[in-house]
Design a protein around this ligand. Sequence first.
Ligand code: PRP
Ligand code: URA
Length: 210
Amino acid sequence: MRLHVADHPLITHKLTVLRDKNTPSPVFRQLTEELMTLLAYEATRNVRVEPFEIETPVTTTTGVKIGDPKPLVVPILRAGLGMLEGMVKLIPTAEVGFLGMARDEVTFEPVTYAERLPDDLSDRQCFVLDPMLATGGSLGAAIEFLFKRGAQDVTAVCLLGSPEGVNAIQKQVNGRDVTLVLGALDERLNEKGYIVPGLGDAGDRLYGTV
Ligand code: PRP
Ligand code: URA
């Protein structure tokens, strides 16, 4: 597994505002989208492109365009939805599939309650979006889901990760082609499975308490 932890003052600055408990939902949503766009730059470093011939006003030249099959972006509901717009802004031709997962707050086991994905993901580059990598249960289940459908190349983007979550994903992927891009790697999990220092419950801060 490849791990990339962002190291950029703009990302750290925006994350600091996101972490602040006094930041209201509208600002939180805006920043989540902006952070995703910044992280997308790294996450799409190996996106497949193909040669494309164009005419400039001066001459003919060969550039590139996003290759086929198009990348598949998979936000994990609910909180991953907050990152979707920031990603598809950069790759407007990407397709979008959905996975709905909720973590049981006692056992920390993820429950999958919704799925809308192509049946065959072989040869697709998949980009999974979820702001929080805590125990790794949800992201691990999502990655497994995609591999079972034939995906071979998965990049996961999270705003915050815990060392426990990174280790869990590393163990699980066991040599398969997975890249993990984090906005920051935090200190630890607390006894409630929350990332410390973290930002609290990302879904609630984006959309309110369910
Ligand atoms: C949060 C978060 C991740 C998950 C992380 O979602 O968005 O999906 O918890 O925790 P884990 O790494 O221990 O699995 P939650 O289950 O709260 O659902 P929500 O997005 O609907 O708020
Ligand atoms: N889910 C969240 O939204 N936040 C955490 O810190 C852990 C899991």
